[in-house]
Design a protein around this ligand. Structure first.
Ligand SMILES: Cc1cc2nc3c(=O)[nH]c(=O)nc-3n(C[C@H](O)[C@H](O)[C@H](O)COP(=O)(O)O)c2cc1C
Length: 197
């Protein structure tokens, strides 16, 4: 049994992204995992100020929801980043949440090439929805995920569901007309094998 934290980086309350995250959750719970979903619309997290107070042993100076999310991140085996595609990348809400990982960094006396500090090591996954469905639609978002979360912060990628063709936000969510919900459900079901690996 794994502890899974889904961070929903915006989108409409019952929109494509919320439905995609819910399908993943259903699968993961059916597989026996414990899942908590946090919505960054309800739990507002601002971007990092770069004041560096956290680098001098102080808690983050920003008194928003992030401080209460730290124990949830630390307690999770898997953090699932879920976001609509906004201007070809993750939403500003999700980006702000990721920036705040800065205050969780620890000194690393021997960092790997291109990294300066170490972060809690977790598994991660990416769930995204978009209106378009071209081969380049998710390119920037995936590049950011791979570069910042996996390569830099050091998360271990468990996979992604990139749900293109879900319709724009000028109409009702259309993800039910695609097979992405089934894919996300199956991903949740199988994100860990029977032996938990
Ligand atoms: C501010 C904004 C920017 C968007 N940018 C893109 C984009 O760059 N590419 C795209 O394919 N869809 C874009 N969309 C459409 C959404 O990604 C798509 O409708 C998504 O499924 C909405 O998620 P939701 O139903 O969870 O709100 C944008 C929507 C909004 C509101």
């Amino acid at each position: 049994m794994k502890q899974i934290l889904i961070v929903l980086g915006g989108g409409r309350a019952r929109g494509n992204t919320a439905q995609l995250a819910e399908a993943f959750r259903r699968g993961a719970e059916e597989a026996g995992h414990r899942v908590e979903t946090v919505s960054l619309v309800k739990e507002e997290v601002k971007g990092c100020l770069g004041c560096n107070a956290c680098r001098y042993g102080k808690p983050c100076v920003q008194k928003d929801a992030f401080n209460s999310l730290i124990p949830k991140i630390q307690g999770a085996d898997l953090v699932v980043f879920a976001s609509p595609l906004y201007f070809w990348t993750v939403s500003a809400r999700l980006k702000a949440f990721i920036e705040r990982f800065y205050c969780m960094a620890e000194e690393d006396p021997n960092p790997p090439f291109g990294r300066y500090e170490k972060y809690p090591v977790k598994d991660c996954a990416l769930l995204m929805t978009a209106a378009d469905n071209f081969f380049w639609t998710f390119e920037q978002a995936v590049s950011y995920y791979r570069f910042a979360l996996v390569r830099y912060i050091g998360f271990r990628d468990r996979g992604m569901v990139l749900a293109g063709g879900c319709g724009d936000t000028n109409g009702r969510p259309r993800i039910q007309e695609t097979d992405h919900l089934e894919t996300a459900y199956r991903f949740g079901l199988t994100v860990y094998g029977r032996d938990g690996e």
